[in-house]
Design a protein around this ligand. Structure first.
Ligand SMILES: NC(=O)C1=CN([C@@H]2O[C@H](COP(=O)(O)OP(=O)(O)OC[C@H]3O[C@@H](n4cnc5c(N)ncnc54)[C@H](OP(=O)(O)O)[C@@H]3O)[C@@H](O)[C@H]2O)C=CC1
Ligand SMILES: CCCCC/C=C/C=O
Length: 328
């Protein structure tokens, strides 16, 4: 018999999540039926979307939503023999039983890279960067691309793909260590948005001619300032709005119409699952770029399933450099 631990949402988050909003539970899993597979989570992901989606799609008492890289430990399903690795969307759980549906088999995995990358660069965040840049920003060689939360899971891949595409890349992040990292992985310009005196001046200094593309991960006041520095026909990919996820009262800011009108801008929100039908094709490209060394991957690994709430809250505070993952 296997005992499975899980983290549940004890109380809906009000403002910034608290330790007391989560509850650790343990249950005994039943025996497998024909067609069933028993998995153990090897790596779990914490992602910003869990904050807004907890309110949108969960009720109190539910297991926290999320994905994991998991390994088959017992199987009554020939498609998933023992030892097979998958990406599953089974929530914050150490073990789970699946009927084999809605699992994503990991491709042949190069020895030298950890499988946790299937939750980051070679997974959902990498796909977000890829489709956001090519389908929404429609990058072209020579464009100047700005990205916020640039040292995180999505942002760090955005910058590196934009460089592969022949763009000039400017990144903003919340610590000097992150800024140094951005320069190390090839960003042309980077600054710490928390310590520059004036965001407006910092943006102007990084690209005096303005920006063709803005990959917006944060929203809020920062993005209102960027709007006025977009070039004519600029494209804005609204990927995330983390600066507002913990707000209890929605932020108010300048209205977007005037800069959008006079600079003839396009602004489009997107959810990565829009391109699920092209997932495999894009993952192959991302994996190739990683193997070729064109994309460097950084991970912020927290050891121990018990520390998942702390890792999630740390992510929302900006403690992570690269993709935040939990090693069980
Ligand atoms: N549209 C889609 O399909 C998807 C959207 N997303 C969105 O992309 C964004 C980045 O996600 P992801 O790469 O996974 O996360 P990250 O790895 O970038 O981690 C989140 C980062 O956000 C930054 N941050 C936190 N609070 C603020 C704030 N108030 N203002 C500015 N920055 C802040 C922190 O970095 P710093 O130290 O630099 O402040 C933190 O490290 C999120 O908004 C997320 O919701 C992600 C996946 C899919
Ligand atoms: C199930 C993954 C969906 C990710 C969409 C993210 C939106 C904002 O973070």
């Amino acid at each position: 018999m296997v005992r499975a631990k899980s983290w549940t949402l004890k109380k809906h988050f009000e403002g910034f999540p608290k330790t007391s909003d989560f509850e650790l539970k343990e249950v005994e899993l039943p025996k497998l039926k024909d067609g069933d597979v028993l998995f153990e989570s090897v790596f779990l992901s914490v992602d910003p979307y869990m904050r807004p989606y907890s309110r949108k799609s969960m009720k109190e008492g539910d297991i926290m939503i999320g994905s994991q890289v998991a390994r088959v430990v017992e199987s009554k399903n020939p498609t998933y023999p023992v030892g097979t690795y998958v990406v599953a969307f089974s929530g914050w759980r150490t073990h789970f039983i699946s009927d084999g549906k809605d699992l994503q088999l990991l491709p042949a995995w190069p020895e030298k890279f950890p499988r946790s990358l299937a939750l980051g660069t070679i997974g959902m965040p990498g796909l977000t960067a890829y489709f956001g840049l090519f389908e929404i920003c429609k990058i072209r060689a020579g464009d100047t691309v700005l990205v916020t939360a640039a040292a995180g899971a999505v942002g760090s891949v955005v910058g590196q793909i934009a460089k592969i595409g022949g763009c000039k890349v400017v990144g903003c992040a919340g610590s000097d260590k992150k800024v140094a990292y951005l320069k190390q992985i090839g960003f042309d310009e980077a600054f710490n948005y928390k310590t520059v005196g004036s965001l407006e001046e910092a943006l102007r200094k990084a690209s005096p001619d303005g920006y063709d593309c803005y990959f917006d991960n944060v929203g809020g006041e920062f993005s209102s300032i960027v709007l006025n520095q977009m070039k004519k026909f600029g494209r804005i990919a609204v990927c995330g709005a983390i600066s507002g996820y913990n707000d209890t009262v929605p932020q108010k800011g300048p209205y977007v119409q005037i800069p959008m009108l006079f600079n003839q801008l396009s602004m489009e929100g997107f959810i990565v699952s829009r391109w699920n039908d092209r997932r495999e094709e894009a993952l192959k490209i991302l994996l190739r770029w990683v193997v070729e060394g064109k994309i460097k991957c950084e991970e912020h690994v927290t050891e121990g399933f018990e520390k998942m709430p702390a890792a999630f809250m740390g992510l929302l505070k900006g403690e992570n450099l690269g993709k935040a993952v939990i090693k069980v």
